[in-house]
Write a protein of this length. Structure first.
Length: 441
């Protein structure tokens, strides 16, 4: 007997779902995007974008060691709308909204709408933990956005086998590389691993499963290369190839060995003297905790500081569960592996390597978006695998996961209100437009 399909309501149509997500993301994110100013990284980047617009050559006339995507994006925005901090924040709020929609589009088709909405909520709340890293114009969040969009298109290709989706995968990976080279390369490796898992998912001879793989991977590679050609043409036209090679390839390796920051150790979770110096606090704690009053109830025993350390170890735990579940879930379904779960976990895991070698909190949180998107998908697979016969175990896992998520979410909401109250004074300069503290204004 065929089960009748549920009649779709107006809110089931993608345009309405995406509109609601976009509206919620903008309403939550724009107040953050309008606040704070980072005179070091942000000020330097905005000045260089303006210099680029005025004819100076990137890498030759200006020192930079990141691929040029964000500079050209900001220069274009300044050319259209005029140079200001607020214009740069308008650029990043578009990326912020796009991230929320992308997170939903990765999770919902695989795990259902509720889990997709959970992924969106996690991204919005963790933007407070990340503040201001995800909400000012910077290369890292844009590179991660394009990497995740590539994962979303690869999952779409797995479901529908459309060649154009592979082209989009290549384009988006190429854009990720163009905005931050190491994130983009890690994303490309993750896409490659995920693609191979999808090809080998079904239990059939390997040779048969890999038919067409060379052509498909070549298509992805060609699309990615095509994205970078305009930037290469710019460098060649301005005689800046040598300077770009030194800045983008040689310098990062030299820099890494000299300025490494250690990954927070697991033992820090119970260290009675946690982050006792100013340097440690600036290195391993968020802007939000350093600029907000203590969180009620949770403020004793350095509990919230320990939540920062826990993030360093939740990521590998979540990814490890994802890899194990992808094998168990796949076998249960008569496959070699659950390729979509494995692919999302692999992409998230490889992008997460971008935290090294400078594993301070800022670099950690800049690669956490894929973890937050993988987590709901992993949880859905885990609860589905446990089933109704293992109710006690299932509800135990739900209780622990729910308590952790609720704790991080409540802290984020408290900080959100505190930041909006504290950063409430307009920056008076003509090219400002953002809200800062009265002292900074």
């Amino acid at each position: 007997m065929t089960v009748p399909k549920r009649r779709l309501g107006i809110l089931d149509r993608p345009i309405w779902i995406y509109s609601i997500i976009a509206g919620a993301a903008f309403a939550f994110g724009w107040p953050l995007c309008r606040r704070a100013i980072i005179l070091s990284d942000e000020g330097y980047l905005l000045q260089q974008a303006l210099d680029l617009l005025n004819g100076r050559v990137l890498y030759s006339d200006m020192d930079a060691f990141i691929t040029p995507g964000i500079w050209f994006t900001l220069a274009g925005a300044f050319a259209l709308l005029g140079p200001s901090v607020l214009v740069s924040r308008a650029v990043i709020v578009v990326a912020y909204v796009a991230l929320a929609i992308t997170g939903y589009r990765i999770v919902a088709p695989e795990a259902g709408r509720s889990w997709g909405i959970g992924a969106v909520a996690a991204l919005l709340l963790f933007s407070v933990w990340a503040f201001p890293a995800w909400t000012f114009a910077f290369y890292s969040p844009v590179a991660i956005l394009f990497a995740l969009a590539a994962v979303e298109r690869l999952l779409a290709w797995q479901r529908e086998a459309r060649t154009r989706d592979l082209v989009w995968v290549g384009v988006l990976v190429g854009l990720s590389v163009c905005f931050k080279q190491n994130y983009g390369v890690f994303a490309a490796l993750g896409i490659g691993v995920a693609y191979m898992a999808m090809k080998l998912e079904a239990r059939k001879p390997v040779g048969e499963a890999l038919v067409g793989a060379g052509r498909e991977l070549g298509l992805i590679a060609l699309a990615a290369i095509a994205v970078g050609l305009p930037f290469l043409a710019y460098l060649v036209a301005h005689g800046a190839m040598g300077d770009a090679w030194t800045s983008l390839v040689v310098h990062p390796f030299e820099f890494g060995g000299r300025h490494d920051i250690a990954y927070a150790s697991f033992s820090q979770l119970w260290n009675p003297d946690l982050f006792s110096t100013g340097v440690e606090k600036l290195t391993y704690l968020s802007y939000s905790i350093l600029n907000s009053p203590p969180v009620p109830v949770l403020g004793s025993g350095q509990f919230v500081q320990r939540l920062h350390v826990l993030l360093y170890w939740l990521a590998p735990l979540i990814l490890g569960i994802g890899f194990v579940l992808s094998w168990i879930s796949g076998r249960a379904a008569g496959k070699r592996i659950d390729a979509s779960l494995f692919g999302v976990s692999a992409a998230a895991g490889l992008i997460y390597l971008g935290v090294f070698p400078r594993a301070d909190f800022n670099h950690l949180i800049n690669v956490y978006q894929p973890i937050l998107i993988a987590a709901p998908l992993i949880a859905q697979r885990l609860f589905a695998l446990l089933g109704s016969q293992k109710r006690v175990i299932r509800w135990s896992f739900r209780g622990v996961a729910g308590a952790v998520a609720l704790t991080y979410g409540l802290v984020a909401l408290f900080w959100y209100g505190s930041l909006l109250k504290r950063l409430n004074t307009p920056l008076e300069q003509p090219r400002g437009g953002v809200l800062v503290t009265p002292l900074e204004a």
